[in-house]
Ligand binder design. Structure first.
Ligand code: COA
Ligand code: MG
Length: 278
């Protein structure tokens, strides 16, 4: 649903929202929460509604990040967006079992079509992520939020990200178990594209399906990192060709380029080609 790149855009900025529609991103997260100051919440909500009336997203998946359940603003956020046909889902900050349940019930009251993407970004949210993901059929994907998560843990946040390894592995496993997309946390150092690429590789190697970004310059790096590389694609092709030769002789296991190959390894090669759109 979300693809491999989602960009956060402050809903208070019509200029940035307009710009987002020119970017090669799969998904846009219009933000009513952390990037909007408390005294601008009403203005941002009005800006977003106006923007969504005049745009269909040009094939991109559009989500809005509402304010957290229990905040002063979430009720109005949800009421203004629940029946907006241009949106696909709401991104719910500080998600846990109780808040996903409340949002889902509220959307039911509005007879809304919207899905929910829980933003897992607290220690408690991580503990309850499985229940939160399964409590409502509206849950379509998960988003990890590393900044709030490390704040909630009371630990340092680094660009190399050792402190989020446990949460990432756990969420990636959860998402794969229930066939949900799983989006990684944005990388906040705008100019550090090499560090960004390394950060993407770590997430992709753990099983994340994509990553959120906060700046247009991060889009290409993220997209490339979540797509199999040329060498990987070529190897998958060679392996499948070798397998097809073997299967003609009814052999299930064989040696390919010095390593054993059997069913799961063939499946991985097929997955690589599918991911590459081949
Ligand atoms: N979405 C759309 N356009 C964006 C953008 C975004 N997230 N971030 C920057 N741009 C645009 C700028 O408007 C500018 O456009 P222009 O060249 O047409 O004038 C261009 O990209 C270059 O931006 P730049 O000058 O490098 O950045 P900035 O100083 O304007 O903004 C941030 C820096 C961090 C404030 C901005 O990137 C941003 O708002 N990011 C999203 C923050 C957010 O939503 N956080 C909450 C979730 S973690
Ligand atoms: Mg936050």
């Amino acid at each position: 649903m979300i693809g491999s790149v989602a960009i956060f855009v402050p809903a208070i900025s019509p200029k940035k929202m307009g710009k987002a529609l020119t970017l090669a991103t799969d998904t846009i997260y219009f933000d009513l929460e952390d990037s909007v100051a408390a005294d601008q919440k009403d203005e941002a909500r009005a800006c977003l509604s106006k923007f969504l009336e005049s745009s269909d997203g040009g094939g991109r998946c559009l989500l809005a990040r509402v304010n957290p359940i229990g905040s002063l603003w979430w009720g109005q956020d949800v009421a203004s967006l629940a029946n907006c046909r241009t949106l696909s889902a709401l991104l719910l900050p500080n998600a846990d079992l109780a808040s996903v349940t409340v949002l889902s019930d509220q959307l039911n009251r509005f007879d809304s079509h919207l899905k929910i993407v829980p933003l897992i970004e607290t220690a408690r949210g991580l503990e309850e992520a499985r229940k939160a993901a399964l409590v409502s059929s509206r849950v379509a994907a998960l988003q990890f939020g590393g900044e709030d998560y490390t704040t909630s843990l009371g630990v340092r946040r680094t660009f190399s990200g050792e402190e989020i390894t446990y949460a990432r592995f756990r969420l990636a496993n959860l998402a794969r178990a229930y066939n949900l997309d799983i989006m990684d946390t944005p990388f906040t150092a705008i100019q550090e594209l090499e560090m960004l690429a390394a950060d993407c590789r770590r997430a992709a190697d753990m099983g994340f399906t994509g990553k959120a970004v906060i700046h247009p310059s991060h889009i290409d790096v993220v997209r490339q990192a979540f797509r199999p590389g040329e060498a990987e694609i070529e190897k998958a092709r060679r392996l499948i060709a070798a397998y097809e030769r073997q299967i003609g002789e009814r052999i299930g296991v064989f040696t390919f380029e010095g390593a054993m190959v059997d069913a799961p390894i063939i499946q991985r090669a097929r997955n690589t080609l599918t991911k590459a759109g081949l």
